[in-house]
Design a protein around this ligand. Structure first.
Ligand code: M6R
Length: 364
């Protein structure tokens, strides 16, 4: 059932081009985005005053990414909450708030409890769910399925990637209906979305290079991930992927926040993974990379093709293909998933079933 792969995780990493295409294609028609399951009229979309995205773990990380996109292109304020925190802070939910619950399993206890809390307060809930017919799918007012197929490995990869796609589609649809993007911008975004599966495939095929690199870090004590804007969101996910399956301590930091804490932990040879895909934040990131490098860090940079001058501030570089600036997480995550995977394999860990973790967390 592993289809010739050594682990489910590697199989699922390889299934991402298809999972992304399957989630995307049914919602693109005649050069437009159609999300029938949303069941919202244009008037209702225009009336949205706030979006609350609620989830756990990696699904929460997709919400952190989505916040930048909903706010950036649709200009709708977004709050992102960990489901385990949401209910206990007496959240302000008004009539025109849209709650989005993101969950692969559809059974995560805290996410389900958050859904119930939102419904109790009379707010409309949209589920972004992978498992058809799961509790969250059944209880949400509307469900947008991610079509990743069954995910077995505890560390999510393909479900994560499809959760991003679902939220890109929503943000684009909301932006278009609210008159925040033009027909040409819409066309360009759709063109870039359609290119993602092939671009992801290209990055997945680069696995030997990542494996070699990962093998150098099997004995690492700490690894840091830094980024700004949506590259900070991807750093959170890269860090979780690594630590949950390799048991190496790792932290994600908004790069500008380094000097307020973590920089004191950088020693000679500490690996710092810097993601820099955003043009307007590029120079700031370079400065942060120089800061850690001066203190002995080994810097792995993940950046867009063409940014070759990054090599003056990095020790090792992975380039990702060009895409819309809001979609770069879908590409930058691939080398980070592979890195976590190969470090775990190299250490001889139980990749698909890391200790103390369950695929679906059904207790609060
Ligand atoms: O099934 P869910 O998407 O609700 O699960 C949420 C988290 O438990 C999950 O993403 C977890 O963080 C993964 N193990 C991360 O790889």
């Amino acid at each position: 059932e592993k289809g010739g792969y050594e682990h489910f995780m590697l199989k699922e990493i390889n299934e991402q081009p298809k999972a992304v295409a399957d989630t995307l294609n049914p919602r693109l028609k005649d050069g437009k985005v159609y999300i029938e399951e949303l069941n919202m009229t244009d008037e209702e979309i225009i009336a949205i005053k706030k979006i609350c995205i609620i989830a756990c773990g990696s699904a929460y990380h997709t919400g952190v990414t989505a916040k930048y996109i909903f706010e950036g292109i649709a200009r709708i304020p977004v709050e992102v909450d960990l489901a385990s925190e949401f209910r206990y802070r007496n959240p302000i939910l008004e009539k025109d708030t849209l709650v989005i619950i993101v969950s692969q399993s559809g059974e995560t206890a805290d996410s389900l409890a958050a859904l119930r809390e939102a419904k109790k307060r009379g707010v409309k809930v949209l589920g972004i769910v992978n498992v058809v017919g799961s509790s969250i799918a059944r209880e949400a007012d509307n469900v947008m399925y991610t079509w990743a197929g069954p995910e077995i490995a505890v560390a999510t990869t393909k479900a994560y990637s499809t959760q991003l796609i679902a939220q890109y589609l929503l943000a684009i649809q909301f932006a278009y209906v609210r008159g925040k993007i033009s027909d040409i911008e819409l066309e360009e975004m759709i063109r870039d979305l359609k290119r993602l599966p092939d671009q992801i495939e290209l990055l997945v095929n680069n696995k030997e290079k990542i494996q070699k690199f990962a093998n150098r870090y099997i004995a690492a004590k700490d690894i840091f991930f830094i980024g700004r804007g949506i590259d900070y969101a991807i750093s959170l996910e890269g860090s979780l992927k690594l630590k949950e399956i390799s048991y190496i301590h790792s932290e994600a930091y908004a790069a500008g926040e380094l000097k307020h804490g973590t920089i004191s932990l950088i020693e000679d040879g500490t690996l710092v993974t810097a993601v820099l895909t955003q043009e307007e934040l590029y120079q700031k990131m370079i400065s942060n990379m120089v800061e850690v490098r001066t203190r002995g860090a080994f810097v792995l940079a993940i950046t867009n093709e063409g940014n070759t001058d990054v090599e003056r501030a990095a020790d090792y570089v992975i380039y990702i293909p060009q895409t819309n600036k809001y979609f770069t997480n879908s590409l930058a995550i691939i080398p980070l998933q592979l890195f976590g995977y190969y470090v775990s394999v190299g250490k001889g860990c139980d990749v698909d079933k890391p200790r103390n973790l369950a695929k679906s967390v059904t207790v609060e």
